[in-house]
Design a protein around this ligand. Sequence first.
Ligand code: IPM
Ligand code: MN
Length: 376
Amino acid sequence: MKILVLPGDGIGPEVVDEAVKVLDFIFQKKKIKVEFDFELIGGVSIDKYGVPIRDEVVEKAKNSDAILLGAVGGPKWDPLPIDKRPEAGLLKIRKALELWANIRPIKIFPELSYISPLKNSDGIDFVVLRELTSDVYFGQPRGIFGDYALNTMIYRKEEVERIAYLAFEMARKRKKLVTSVDKANVLEVSSFWRKIVSEVAQKYPDVKLEHAYVDAMTYYIILNPQKFDVVLCPNLFGDIISDEAGGIIGSLGLCPSASLGSLNLGDGRIQGLYEPIHGSAPDIAGKSIANPIATLLSASMLCEYSLGMKEEGNLIEKAIRNVLSEGFRTQDLLEKKSQDEKKKSQKGKRGKTKIKVVSTKEFGDAVVKSLKKLLI
Ligand code: IPM
Ligand code: MN
């Protein structure tokens, strides 16, 4: 099996290093032969080769079982025109491999519930299922033409159908609710999306379908996040909703993603690209303080979907939780307390786990150490 690693820009290389370390440990322990290949994507590729991704890297990706990606972009490349920016490299690979299904699980870690800005974040557990290779992201025509500019929001029937089927299949194995997001009160594309999703729903009488306008959805997600199960979104709305969803659990740094296509690798394995949802965070890059959890969880999804190693994938998640229970935290995951609260917690300190602030690398090492005990 082959994994193409694309660390990218900003904190990408730091968090990806930890995921590779963890995966490598599992493969060695399980005596499974997996080849890692490293390539450039994003700004670093622009700097070296003048393009955000080279065709040969796209070819390598096509010939890999899985791609593990860090992040792309940064202020240095902001002045570039849209089609030459770091982001264009990521969009190109998504499209070239036709990775149409973007799965973004949103789950609260009880160990970290204090970082959620919500009063009640208990039990938040839903999946944003985002269509990834169509919509206004790829619609033609597009461009800036003198005194006007234009993008095309478009969905074809088969594109809506395949993601809708997946949404219902996923919901069937979960809480049996699909919430489809659109703007059908204004946009034709959305009303078409709604019609097709409703048709697919007929084949799943055991799963409940609800429709929500995207503006209302941003509101419900804050008011009652516990009710959601599978949140089915077109590409653009899914991009927005998933960042908001990361916000309610307290950090995008906890949110992994898997982008799957239709390439069946045999034995139930599917080709996919795995990346944290957070961006390149240029402000903290190079300091080894970034939180690697989203990337580690992406590696866990990689094991499950592309390598047929669901059990091992679950162990990564378990190891992360153990490490958190032991008190390890990267800086961004510390509890922010007011002076009053600090005084209070000083009093009740006894019996509480001591918090250890660690670097990106130390967090990864702790996860490996925990996996040593879990893997037999
Ligand atoms: C994401 C990102 C990308 C997107 C960017 C980097 C192109 O925001 O994966 O959510 O818009 O899809
Ligand atoms: Mn995004």
